[in-house]
Design a protein around this ligand. Structure first.
Ligand SMILES: Cc1cc2nc3c(=O)[nH]c(=O)nc-3n(C[C@H](O)[C@H](O)[C@H](O)COP(=O)(O)O)c2cc1C
Length: 231
């Protein structure tokens, strides 16, 4: 662990955890239990606010705080319909870390989620703001493209306001993810998956996955340093 210990000193201090590995927020998956399990295992969990009803987010934050004494973040999607309420709730619950997604937050919003830093995911799209996500291609994927095209056409003909179009996009995206994750509809739901999905070969307990990640990172670092010494 000597190499890792050296390079993640800053991360440990910033996040206040033993293992500065962030479990990226996943809407409908990163709930209080999941986040507390990650944080109790020594890593850094992110509670996904997604499109939650604000009262549900409040309760999920309180549940997480009961299940773990270790640090965790709340992930807020800046273009979600309840975003402003989510931000208020996070501040009221004194959540020390907020990870923003969707767009760059404005300065007064950062002053509210006294956050020491904000991490924002990239955004794409000019006429409609779409959160950049990766999902396995399925029929739902095609439906989402159709919906965007339909909304853009309507916008161009001035048949719908930007706010209404934006709301439709959010509703579809959040609804589709829920369809896949909660209802198990992998054909029409949004089966979101990051690039690391290609490396998944086994279902493992969270603690084992962390140990493997750390061991492999240490081995890779040793290899890189060895080859640097040789060259
Ligand atoms: C099912 C699913 C839901 C996600 N929901 C969110 C979210 O609500 N907020 C967010 O910032 N990122 C979200 N992400 C993105 C992940 O946090 C992560 O950045 C992404 O999956 C890339 O990492 P990976 O390659 O290790 O999977 C989601 C990803 C997945 C797979």
């Amino acid at each position: 662990m000597e190499h890792l210990e050296h390079i993640w000193k800053k991360g440990k201090k910033f996040l206040g955890v033993k293992t500065p590995i962030i479990a990226g927020a996943m809407t409908w998956i990163s709930d209080s239990q999941f986040v507390a399990d990650v944080s109790n295992a020594g890593a850094f969990g992110c509670l996904a606010a997604g499109n939650m009803d604000p009262a549900m987010l409040d309760s999920e934050i309180k549940k997480t705080q009961k299940l773990t004494k270790n640090p965790f973040a709340v992930n807020l999607i800046t273009i979600a319909p309840h975003y402003k309420n989510h931000l208020k709730i996070a501040a009221e619950n004194k959540v020390p870390y907020i990870v923003f997604a969707g767009s760059f937050p404005r300065q007064p919003e950062i002053k509210t989620a006294k956050a020491r830093n904000a991490i924002s995911t990239p955004q794409i799209g000019s006429e409609l703001r779409i959160v950049a996500v990766r999902a396995l291609k399925n029929r739902g994927h095609d439906e989402f493209s159709d919906l965007q095209m339909d909304l853009i056409q309507k916008r161009r003909k001035d048949e719908i306001s930007l706010a209404e179009a934006q709301y439709e996009v959010e509703k579809f995206w959040m609804g589709a993810l829920r369809k896949a994750v909660i209802d198990g509809d992998v054909d029409f739901g949004s089966v979101m998956a990051g690039q690391s999905v290609g490396l998944v070969d086994k279902i493992r307990p969270l603690k084992d996955a962390l140990v493997i990640l750390i061991e492999e990172a240490e081995q890779e670092l040793s290899k890189i340093l060895e080859s640097c010494k040789k060259s």
